[in-house]
Design a protein around this ligand. Structure first.
Ligand code: ACM
Ligand code: ZN
Length: 751
């Protein structure tokens, strides 16, 4: 059993060190991520100083050079490499380790006389060097030039569970510089991941230079944003060779993804003859799934793709090429004479089989070049190409189906592996609980599950600080799941090891985010119809401060101690702090105190199970929705109108009625076209007191919220009612014209 009793990096004098020797900087814990398979703590330290030498077996020169550079960057001496052991060495040894079959497995032993790193492979030696790095203190990673570092004595024997441990980086929705890509290769390496899945083509940008088709980058790499500015960029062949070589020394395999037949609008904008219609398109600027895709009936399309893939294969030594295959709407193929002719000529059932034909034809080409095809789980539809590898993203069923058919699979489901998702759906603990092996997998099929990836789609990730914030610390959990795959995972223990990584991540310049949602709001209304709120901290050792006047809290603000009652309309702004630093996103909510708070209304409708707003009393709980329709405060229906009736208990003067709605037309959510208000003395006959018409166009873009309010004079009532009129279906101009429209409400205010 490992103990991490002391959780701080300590700097302490080494009692047996000779007088006048500089004090070694020592890391006195064994906090390693991913957790090694076996780790025996020992007494004492190895002192890394000017008398230390590196000795390596033949064939390990690249790994020795890498280690030398790491040590030199952090030392005021230059470490030497010598041919033969002279004592006090770091030795890199090529050696088959009994009982460790995986190519990346290794043994690392540290005692006061030497550091010995053994593995049958260069990869194993490299992975062991990463473990050694984690045994050094944070100052080492800051490249503080020090003369003596202490490494705690230990024996580690280690091997990965899964051979495929990856990260997808989408450089198409947003472009990331060569330096950022290299930084991520280093970070992947540090956590013993081994695959960079590089998403290089998309609707919104083509990012890889192809000599035969220069317009792919002249036109396809640049989009015109709404404000008229140009956005884009691409990697030259030189850039790509540089990145691939950089990754090779770090034993990271770079797998390019060239999307087909969908997500290809940037290519179609460059070469319109590749689409079904042949019409000129723009490089995409919106996010989503577009109906223009490569024409499956046109042989020039296949010629084009084979030419492109030929150049791609020349650049990437990877055994695998990812061809996407996801989210290809069949609309154009259904209306294209060439595609329909192909279906007839090839004896295909439908457009799904046409997609399968498309992928199989590409798979055959790749195979002729000695490469294996990976595709998203849609490639299962209409029949899987022989030897194709399935990457499961719509849950785990794709992986399950593939491995049952004895195809290899990679797991990266939206439930656990989508690091572009917010922490309220995928936090550190959720990732840590990820099981890459589908439930119910037989022992004989397990070997077909190659591993997993965390997917970093970048629609909402415009720069590398946001990238760091989304990737970290979640990547640590994925790295541990895929390397250590512990059957009995202890999140609390892992969490402590994560804390030890932060000083190192600081040193490596990573602007990591929070582990989980910093503050969760729990709101109720009491018997006395007061609004009561609880602010639940999402992680240990957080302090929550808040203000009620819409100003940013600091340590002089109200400190949250226990549930609090709100007696008036307020704008809550709460922030968690850890060690005095703001932690995670702030929580901002508007609360309205009004006469209906705490009264359960009568509803004419059944609200969506996805958008309950918190339940039956959602529209009187006082808490207002934000522009994010998924924030939990919105109650919604599709297609129908909403009637809400409130019994105030006794007759009272009413001077103001209002209700709040949300519009996000690309998600099929629209403001009501009007809201009518009614009052009644006894709750039987209602009198209309006014209609508030919508004055915002249903075409208005963005995430909009709006109150439909009405002022009354001399009105008295016990019962009030509203009727919100749903526009019912998406208008003719809409992409989803005719589909059922949503109506979202957050509150019915009575004053
Ligand atoms: C995907 O997220 N469309 C693979
Ligand atoms: Zn076509």
């Amino acid at each position: 059993m490992l103990k991490y009793s002391c959780l701080l990096f300590l700097i302490f004098a080494f009692s047996c060190a000779p007088i006048k020797e500089p004090t070694p900087i020592v890391n006195n814990n064994y906090s390693i991520i991913p957790q090694p398979n076996s780790l025996e703590e020992k007494d004492g330290f190895f002192l890394l100083n000017k008398s230390t030498k590196i000795v390596c077996d033949a064939g390990l020169e690249v790994e020795a050079k890498y280690l030398k550079e790491l040590i030199n960057a952090a030392s005021d001496f230059e470490i030497e490499q010598v041919a033969k052991s002279e004592g006090f060495n770091i030795q890199l040894k090529k050696e088959i380790i009994k009982g460790l079959p995986m190519p990346e497995s290794y043994r690392l032993t540290v005692d006061s006389t030497q550091v010995e790193i053994s593995s049958a492979s260069n990869e194993g030696i490299f992975r062991a060097i990463q473990t050694l790095r984690q045994l050094l203190p944070a100052q080492f990673h800051q490249n503080q030039k020090h003369s003596v570092w202490g490494i705690p004595s230990v024996k580690i024997v280690d091997a990965p569970k899964f051979p495929w441990r990856g990260m997808l980086l989408d450089c198409s929705r947003h472009f990331f510089s060569k330096e950022v890509v290299k930084k991520y290769i280093d970070l992947l390496a540090y956590y013993k991941m081994n695959t960079l899945h590089w998403h290089l083509t998309e609707d919104q940008g083509w990012r890889i230079a192809i000599d035969k088709y220069p317009k792919l980058t002249e036109i396809g790499a640049w989009r015109t944003e709404k404000d008229g500015s140009k956005y884009g960029g691409f990697y030259s062949k030189e850039d790509i060779r540089e990145i691939v070589a950089y990754a090779k020394t770090r034993h990271i395999n770079v797998v390019p993804e060239i999307e087909l037949p969908g997500h290809s609008q940037a290519a179609l904008a460059a070469y319109p003859y590749l689409s079904c219609t042949g019409k000129q398109l723009e490089v995409g600027t919106e996010w989503g799934v577009f109906k223009d895709i490569y024409c499956a009936g046109n042989d020039t399309v296949f010629q084009f793709l084979e030419d492109v893939l030929t150049e791609v294969i020349e650049l990437f030594p990877s055994e695998y090429i990812h061809i996407g295959g996801d989210e290809a709407p069949k609309y154009r193929w259904e209306h294209c004479a060439k595609c329909q002719k192909r279906i007839t000529n090839e004896g295909l059932e439908d457009e799904h089989e046409l997609q399968s034909y498309f992928i199989k034809r590409i798979a055959k080409f790749l195979e002729s070049k000695g490469k294996k095809l990976i595709g998203w789980d849609e490639i299962l539809e209409g029949g899987l190409a022989p030897n194709a590898i399935v990457q499961s993203w719509r849950g785990m069923n794709g992986a399950k189906e593939a491995i049952q058919e004895q195809h290899y699979a990679i797991a990266s489901p939206t439930s656990h592996a989508y690091f572009d998702y917010a922490l309220n759906s995928i936090d550190l603990e959720k990732v840590y609980n990820f099981d890459p092996i589908p439930e119910g997998t037989s022992d004989s099929s397990k070997a077909y599950l190659m591993g997993g990836e965390c997917n970093m789609w970048t629609e909402w990730v415009p720069n590398d600080s946001v990238l760091d914030n989304r990737m970290f610390p979640r990547m640590l959990a994925m790295a541990e799941v895929l390397w250590s795959y512990p059957h009995h995972r202890n999140y609390a223990e892992f969490y402590q090891r994560v804390q030890q990584q932060y000083p190192i991540l600081d040193a490596l310049g990573v602007k990591y985010g929070a582990e989980t949602v910093a503050i969760r709001l729990k709101n109720t209304t009491t018997e006395k119809k007061e609004i009561e709120i609880e602010l639940l901290a999402g992680a240990p050792n957080l302090e929550v401060y808040y203000n009620l006047d819409n100003t940013a809290p600091d340590s002089t603000s109200l400190k949250y101690e226990r549930a609090a009652k709100l007696y008036q309309t307020v704008d809550l702004w709460a922030q968690a702090f850890k060690d005095g630093q703001a932690y995670g996103e702030p929580l901002k909510r508007h609360f309205d105190r009004h006469l209906a708070n705490g009264i359960e209304p009568e509803l004419s409708y059944e609200y969506s199970a996805y958008y309950t707003g918190g339940g039956n009393a959602a529209t009187t709980d006082g808490v207002r929705g934000t522009t994010n329709f998924r924030d939990g405060h919105w109650q919604a229906v599709q297609k129908v109108d909403m009637e809400i009736t409130i019994d105030l208990g006794e007759e009272m003067p009413i001077r103001y009625l209002a209700s709040g709605y949300n519009q996000k037309q690309d998600s099929w959510i629209f403001f009501p076209f009007q809201v009518e208000y009614f009052i009644s003395e006894k709750g039987k006959k209602f009198k209309s007191v006014g209609i508030v018409k919508n004055d915002v166009s249903p075409q208005a873009d963005g995430q909009l919220i709006k109150d439909f309010d009405l002022r009354l004079e001399d009105a008295k009532a016990r019962f009030v009612k509203l009727k919100a009129y749903n526009i019912r279906s998406c208008p003719v101009w809409h992409d989803a014209a005719g589909s059922d429209a949503w109506l979202f409400i957050d509150e019915f205010l009575v004053k």
